[in-house]
Design a protein around this ligand. Structure first.
Ligand SMILES: NC(=O)c1ccc[n+]([C@@H]2O[C@H](COP(=O)([O-])OP(=O)(O)OC[C@H]3O[C@@H](n4cnc5c(N)ncnc54)[C@H](OP(=O)(O)O)[C@@H]3O)[C@@H](O)[C@H]2O)c1
Length: 270
């Protein structure tokens, strides 16, 4: 897939970083975005494949102008965009009663509007290339869990937005895939915000039992190659999807227990 171009938001860490390596391995030129310049530089310098270029942009996906800059940079440097990965995202762990609304809005602006802005500015180029949009959602894109209302809402919104966009683009040759990973080992839980906007700084789950970001990236690349519509790749995720649709009350019980049993669960004293 020489000379193709992938633009990946949140490429400085975790799933986005692993996707940058995978797409580069497959011969794509890469543009990654993130807020941490040092990490972005490091990811680009880790890509040492002849004829493959990696470029980065330090930006905030919740800022429209920053996204416009990202897409212009990709076109200036590479001339085309074949794949857009809307991956940048954060979470909040808080009961809704105590969360500061400004923090709730911050999450929504990153997870949802960051994806909307990226799709908007990249779309003319994706129509031209008959390219793909890969939206990294979550099992929380179709299943609600307590103490994650902002995250759940943002991922449900992503699912709805990209499902609608897929239909609209039916005759334009643009492929849209929504990915719903289960738990993946990354900095995600360490970066999760508390109700006041400070970072958790530690994980609320046992990382050892999780899929690695690299394994996740391989599954996503396979889904992209096979032009999948929705991608749920864990057995647990597929089962959860069925239970949610056929036995919603049982699904609620399981989701509540899942969060009640996590480390330092916020449900214990609520
Ligand atoms: N890990 C999981 O268990 C899991 C499960 C399901 C879905 N997901 C989804 O997967 C995606 C990637 O998460 P991850 O697990 O790889 O977490 P991660 O390691 O924390 O990576 C998150 C990425 O998003 C970027 N980002 C955050 N805020 C940003 C902003 N305002 N502007 C630009 N970039 C920003 C970060 O960049 P900087 O570090 O440079 O700020 C980082 O590259 C997220 O959308 C998440 O919801 C994760």
């Amino acid at each position: 897939m020489r000379n193709k171009v992938a633009v990946i938001t949140g490429g400085s860490s975790g799933i986005g970083e692993a996707l940058a390596y995978k797409f580069a391995q497959e011969g794509f030129n890469i543009l990654i975005g993130g807020t941490n310049q040092e990490r972005l530089k490091k990811v680009c310098s880790n890509i040492k494949i002849s004829d493959v270029k990696c470029s980065f942009i330090c930006h905030d996906v919740s800022n429209k102008k920053d996204i416009d800059r990202m897409i212009k940079k990709a076109i200036d440097e590479f001339g085309q965009i074949d794949v857009l990965v809307c991956n940048a995202g954060i979470s909040i762990r808080s009961v809704f009663e105590y969360v500061e609304l400004s923090i709730f809005e911050k999450l929504f602006n990153i997870n949802f509007f960051g994806s909307v802005y990226s799709a908007k500015y990249a779309l003319p180029h994706l129509i031209k290339s008959h390219g793909s949009i890969i939206a990294i959602s979550s099992l929380n894109g179709f299943i609600a869990t307590p103490t994650r209302s902002a995250y759940v809402a943002s991922k449900h919104a992503m699912q709805g937005f990209f499902d609608s966009l897929r239909l609209e683009l039916k005759n334009k040759g643009v492929h849209v895939m929504v990915v719903s990973p289960g738990y993946v080992k990354s900095n995600f839980r360490i970066n999760t915000l508390k109700n006041d906007g400070s970072k958790e700084g530690k994980t609320s789950r046992d990382n050892k039992k999780m899929m690695t970001s690299e394994q996740c990236a391989l599954k996503i690349f396979d889904g992209y190659k096979n032009k999948k519509r929705n991608l749920i790749f864990t057995f647990r995720g597929k089962l959860a999807y069925l239970i949610k649709n056929w036995f919603p009350k049982f699904s609620d019980t399981l989701a509540y227990k899942e969060i009640l049993n996590e480390q330092e669960s916020l449900l214990k004293n609520y």
